[in-house]
Design a protein around this ligand. Structure first.
Ligand code: BDR
Ligand code: CA
Length: 311
């Protein structure tokens, strides 16, 4: 039985961010959505979030945020997500504009007004780091931060995953903030693949949006397969960060100390996980998700799609 938690989604849609929003809309109380530059420039990630909220029939507040990382140069991921950030389907123009352009203050106000809120960042951590810097009291007010990022290997470089690599200074501040951090890293998210069979489940799940969402997954999978030796499809990375909160029974986790490397020549953006077995290892600051029941997780994604309104 799913536990209903209050969440604020901070995202850069992004194919997998889109599915994370759909799952959160069905199984969590979404108090708001904020956007950040990442997979695509901010104007596009914000437009894509507006499109997905329409698909979910959701009127929750939506605020755009940081248009670039704290220090690093802005770099996007058209090589995976296409120029729009969400290539693969034709969507109607979104029905409403964003409610504001000050995501950081929206995050602060929402967290202060709703003790126990979970922040769920599925893009670079710029907005979250800025919010924690401006309002360090948030650390005590929130339940935690369930983020997609990092892992025991990289994708943008050998050691760095895209979300952390985009804004390592922001990520370092978040892991070091004292907040409870739950990490859905690549070693976990690569277990949740959109295989051809699962894409057909998505297509059949909803008369109106099923074929469009399947189109997104086909594009995303085509890009992943063209860039990897051995992938059956694209991993739905960002959904893991939501599912941990709504369906924790799908996961096996371990408690570890994690820091983000910001200086290394070969390791900038790496999440350094203290996996040592020595008793002198650093005290854990992160719940590292290790495995996911992918079939159960995918059935849950399909259930969330079925719940989208018919229009
Ligand atoms: C992460 O980067 C983006 O491409 C995805 O949306 C996900 O958040 C995976 O490295
Ligand atoms: Ca993302």
């Amino acid at each position: 039985m799913a536990t209903r938690v209050k969440v604020l989604m901070d995202c850069d849609p992004g194919h997998d961010d889109a599915f994370a929003l759909i799952v959160a809309s069905k199984f969590a109380d979404v108090l708001g959505v904020t956007t950040v530059a990442g997979n695509a420039p901010l104007s596009l990630t914000t437009k894509n979030a507006r499109i997905i909220l329409d698909i979910c029939g959701s009127n929750v507040p939506l605020h755009s945020g940081a248009g670039r990382p704290l220090v690093a140069e802005p770099i996007h991921a058209a090589y995976i997500h296409g120029e729009s950030g969400m290539d693969g389907a034709n969507f109607a123009e979104p029905s409403r504009p964003a409610d504001g352009a000050d995501a950081v203050h929206f995050i602060i106000d929402t967290a202060r007004a709703n003790p126990g809120l979970w922040l769920v960042p599925t893009g670079p951590l710029t907005n979250i780091a800025l919010a924690l810097r401006a309002a360090p009291d948030l650390v005590k007010n929130i339940s935690g931060i369930s983020l997609m990022g990092g892992g025991r290997f990289g994708n943008r470089t050998a050691t760095a995953e895209f979300n952390i690599w985009c804004d390592p200074e922001a990520a370092a501040a978040v892991f070091d903030s004292g907040a409870k951090v739950v990490m859905s890293g690549l070693h976990l998210t690569h277990q949740l693949m959109a295989t051809p069979k699962r894409i057909e489940m998505v297509r059949g799940a909803h008369k109106v949006v099923g074929p469009k969402l399947a189109g997104l997954l086909e594009f995303f999978s085509k890009m992943y397969k063209s860039l990897h030796d051995d992938f059956e499809g694209a991993p739905l990375h960002d959904v893991c960060a939501v599912l941990y909160l709504t369906h924790p029974e799908f996961f096996v986790a371990s408690e570890k100390h994690v820091v983000v490397e910001i200086d290394g020549e070969h390791t900038r953006g790496m999440t350094v996980i203290d996996d040592r077995h020595v008793s002198s290892r650093t005290t854990a600051n992160t719940t590292v998700l290790e495995t996911i029941d992918a079939d159960a997780a995918f059935a849950t994604i399909v259930e969330a799609i079925r719940a989208c309104p018919e229009r």
